[in-house]
Write a protein that binds this ligand. Structure first.
Ligand code: UDP
Ligand code: MG
Length: 324
């Protein structure tokens, strides 16, 4: 059998970049130096996710300077999940490493990741040791998200594990074969399985610029993850309906008893208004929740691609010598 201890794999490092022009050169060169120390056959795939700054131009210069650097230039901003998907589709290495292009993921971890791969793990994922860089609310919401999405789910998404990870070719194939549109990568990694190993790390400061996933962005991603990986919200609404029906049945029985046995005729105006409002509120919320799922089904059936590539540049591990 193919012995991982004896081989040096070719490595594709995928770096999604959105408005990272200022830090891109130093981050890419740092990553490249670290990769070169690990294997003679490496490529860095910068996926420019429709940046509004000079990321594309900077990446082109990097391609011209280093034959190992490739650029996948998306036609517009499709979001990080789609950018990672584009990178994974383009990757040619025996292993793929996903890494942010803002310098927050320490390159010192790469050797350790490869070592774990050699020892048999198909997925080596980095877990952030702290969330000190995030607000208390953000941390609370992140914890809430993981308990909700993992509640009653046979596939558990590890808390704090991000996109910084090494994937064996097998896993890359598996991920590329999943056709879904609303991609929540953290869920997909967990869903495909394979022997996995966690290693922890402390995220560094950004090279420059600011995060795209402050509270709003993180919330949106959280909702996508929750709806894509759990039907618990639907079940919760069903249970709520059942509970309310039982309560109102109980109340109806009580009203009948009051009227016939105790001789009290209940005026009931307030009760009527309150229960009407409560019930229509619950119903509208349930319909809204259903609508969220339906909208996502609609997006799935349209079968639009997850991203569009405007241009492919650079050599990397590509065989054909099409000029860059
Ligand atoms: N990113 C991307 N498309 C987007 C937003 C972000 O490709 O629409 C990239 C970004 O350039 C960075 C990585 O995803 O390399 C992580 O983004 P960011 O640093 O903003 O998020 P955080 O580190 O706070 O999670
Ligand atoms: Mg970042």
């Amino acid at each position: 059998m193919f012995d991982r201890n004896q081989t040096t794999p070719s490595i594709s490092c995928i770096m999604p970049a959105y408005n990272e022009a200022r830090g891109l050169v130093s981050v890419t060169e740092r990553v490249l130096a670290a990769l070169n120390a690990l294997s003679p056959k490496v490529e860095i795939i910068i996926v420019n996710d429709g940046s509004r700054d000079d990321t594309s131009a900077v990446a082109r210069q990097l391609c011209a300077l280093h034959p190992q650097v490739r650029l996948v230039d998306l036609s517009r901003n499709f979001g990080k999940e789609a950018a990672l998907t584009a990178g994974l589709d383009a990757a040619l290495g025996d292993v793929a490493i996903l890494m942010d292009s803002d310098g927050q993921h320490p390159v010192s971890l790469l050797a350790e990741m490869l070592q774990e791969w050699r020892q048999g793990s198909d997925v080596v994922y980095a877990v952030r040791r702290s969330r000190e860089d995030q607000s208390r609310l953000h941390k609370r919401l992140a914890n809430l998200f993981y308990s909700l999405v993992n509640f009653g789910n046979p596939v558990k998404i590890p808390a704090g594990a991000g996109d910084f990870r090494l994937l064996d070719r097998k896993v890359v194939h598996a991920l590329n074969s999943l056709p879904e549109r609303h991609r929540f990568m953290k869920g997909l990694y967990a869903w495909v399985g394979f022997p996995s190993k966690a290693i922890d790390y402390l995220p560094l400061d950004r090279e420059s610029g600011q995060s795209s996933f402050r509270l709003g962005g993180a919330l949106r991603l959280g909702v996508t993850g929750l709806l894509a990986f759990s039907s618990a919200p639907l079940r919760a609404v069903g249970l709520l309906g059942l509970l309310l029906s039982m309560l109102s049945l109980g109340y109806a029985t009580w009203v009948v008893i009051e009227y016939f046995w105790l001789g009290i005729s209940v005026p009931g105006h307030a009760t009527l208004v309150v229960s009407l409002m409560l019930l229509s509120g619950v119903q509208l919320t349930a319909i809204g929740l259903l609508a969220e799922y339906v909208a996502r089904i609609y997006d799935e059936v349209k079968q639009r691609p997850n991203y569009l590539v405007a241009e492919n540049r650079g050599q990397g591990l590509r065989e054909d010598k099409t000029p860059a």
